[in-house]
Ligand binder design. Structure first.
Ligand SMILES: C[S@@+](CC[C@H](N)C(=O)[O-])C[C@H]1O[C@@H](n2cnc3c(N)ncnc32)[C@H](O)[C@@H]1O
Length: 225
């Protein structure tokens, strides 16, 4: 009897960033070790020249054959993938942008739900949707994911785990000093600084965190169908 060839383990990264170094390193390592894995990375800002620069930074000679990248909307690409084709869908510090960048909050929530349902459709039965988000949005995401039909596990990422990543955003919020900078920058950029500072203070109280800077602690979410 001829056995069927083993299916590759497929990974889709939404909002992989301008310079998807983690993704490149993972794909190159899999290729080197002869593992049957395929990677896709999509970001609005991921153009071919970013990929070249990222390959250099990752010290990977040429683009691994098991990696496809494109510039554009990750939700649209995800929606076009074959049903149940992906083993892992990952989005690191992306979903808050999906719902915040939109013209109205209701529209933003709709898009975040659209992302979750596209991921659910594309995931294999035992697949995982893994998200990293800020502590301030933890309850909101858990609720959204449950409403989307996922089972949710979440925990804080440790400083060591967050620092290990090649993501400059995740590296920044890994430490309390970095999180402090994020909050200060948000206040600095606000038209009305005093009002923004008060909003952040109120949010910290509402979310029951010790310091406003902790609002940005990174949380790992693992979602299963
Ligand atoms: C804070 S950055 C995080 C980037 C990367 N994941 C990291 O951790 O370094 C958020 C990224 O999400 C991307 N993004 C947001 N919504 C997106 C969408 N619908 N499709 C593709 N990329 C998206 C942005 O272009 C941006 O690069």
């Amino acid at each position: 009897m001829v056995s069927k060839p083993k299916k590759p383990f497929r990974v889709f990264e939404a909002g992989a960033g301008k310079f998807p170094i983690d993704l490149i390193k993972k794909a190159a390592r899999s290729e080197r070790l002869g593992k049957k894995r395929e990677f896709i990375g999509v970001d609005y800002d991921l153009f071919s020249y970013n990929l070249e620069a990222a390959l250099k930074q990752a010290k990977v000679g040429k683009s691994p054959k098991n990696l496809r990248t494109s510039a554009g909307c990750a939700i649209r690409v995800l929606e076009k993938l074959p049903k149940e084709s992906q083993n892992l869908v990952f989005a690191g510090l992306v979903v808050h942008q999906i719902f915040l960048n939109k013209s109205s909050p209701a529209r933003g929530v709709m898009e975040a739900k659209r992302f979750l349902s596209a991921a659910k459709r594309a995931l294999a039965p035992n697949g995982r949707l893994v998200l990293i988000q800020h502590l301030k949005d933890r309850a909101f995401f858990e609720q959204l994911a449950k409403e989307g039909g996922f089972r949710v596990y979440s925990r804080e990422l440790t400083e060591a785990e967050a620092k290990k990543s090649e993501s400059p955003f995740l590296n920044q919020i890994a430490t309390s000093k970095g999180r402090e900078e994020v909050v200060k920058e948000t206040i600095r950029r606000a038209a009305n600084q005093a009002q923004k500072a008060q909003e952040i203070q109120d949010l910290a109280q509402e979310r029951n965190v010790k310091s406003p800077y902790d609002l940005h602690k990174p949380i790992l979410f693992i979602l299963r169908k």
